[in-house]
Design a protein. Structure first.
Length: 277
């Protein structure tokens, strides 16, 4: 698989739908022109997966860029998420309607529960199942769910999540969650895959970058891709958007992958899902 990866490679999810392994995250992209320009640039480069959320406040700008890009809708994969304060059965249905309107899409490819909210997870999941049954969402999944949270969904829902999106990089590998997710047949998506650039100067990462003629960011993205994870690095800089996508002309060796696996130091920005009730 690693030798045949390309910019628009897809993985087949457990529900039979396919999802690009590489995309653009727009968390912290300012609403308005900044988000529109970033999405437009990414689509021009060849990205076909855009990851947003209601909490980001930029769904409308993502929608504007999608509407203007000229790329056929069936080639683009759009992910959005229901936020903590929007959860519960009826609130989730309303929240999705608002997201769908802002995005200007007949359907969303993937709809995620953004964070697990105690006492709301089951009702929220059942709302996602309804949206999927109605054809307004193609695939449904979760984000930041621990094994316990996932088990709750398994026991109460008719369908298992297709995706669990978690914070993941060589410096935060969250093996307890990642291993359980994979063993359950759920696809992993990595957010903050570059650790916001704060570990680019690490000696081992620098060494591998020098060996391959690539940047530390490109090494971190390639590490995740070779593990079969979807990677959604965020950038609004056109140069970095292009650089982040330039990771399909080399392969990390087994030795380099082992060295990167040893970098796990629990370096995180978001709360630990294992601590969430």
């Amino acid at each position: 698989m690693t030798n045949t990866l390309h910019l628009q490679s897809r993985v087949t999810l457990s529900d039979g739908n396919t999802m690009p392994l590489f995309g653009l995250g727009v968390w912290a992209a300012n609403p308005g022109q900044e988000t529109q320009d970033a999405v437009s640039c990414a689509l021009e480069v060849g990205y076909r997966h855009i990851d947003t959320a209601s909490m980001y406040g930029n769904e409308q700008d993502v929608g504007s860029a999608l509407n203007a890009c000229g790329v056929p809708r069936n080639e683009i994969f759009v992910t959005t998420k229901v936020w903590e304060t929007e959860q519960g059965y009826e609130p989730t249905l309303r929240a999705f309607g608002q997201s769908q309107q802002k995005l200007g899409l007949e359907f969303v490819d993937l709809y995620l529960i953004h964070w697990p909210v105690e006492g709301q997870r089951v009702d929220t999941w059942q709302a996602l199942e309804r949206l999927q049954n109605e054809g307004r969402v193609k695939s449904i999944g979760v984000s930041n769910f621990s094994p316990n949270h996932l088990q709750e969904i398994f026991e109460s829902g008719k369908q298992r999540p297709t995706v669990n999106q978690i914070e993941l990089s060589p410096f935060l590998q969250q093996r307890t969650i990642a291993d359980f997710t994979r063993s359950a047949g759920i696809h992993l998506t990595a957010y903050c895959p570059l650790a916001r650039g704060e570990r680019f100067s690490h000696r081992s990462l620098q060494d591998i970058a020098e060996q391959t003629g690539k940047t530390p960011a490109q090494i971190m993205i390639r590490w995740g891709l070779q593990q079969g994870q979807t990677m959604i690095p965020k950038s609004v800089n056109p140069v970095r958007i292009r650089q982040n996508a330039d990771v399909f002309d080399f392969t990390l060796s087994d030795k380099q992958m082992r060295l990167l696996a040893e970098l796990d130091e629990g370096f995180r920005f978001c709360p630990n899902p294992l601590d969430q009730p």
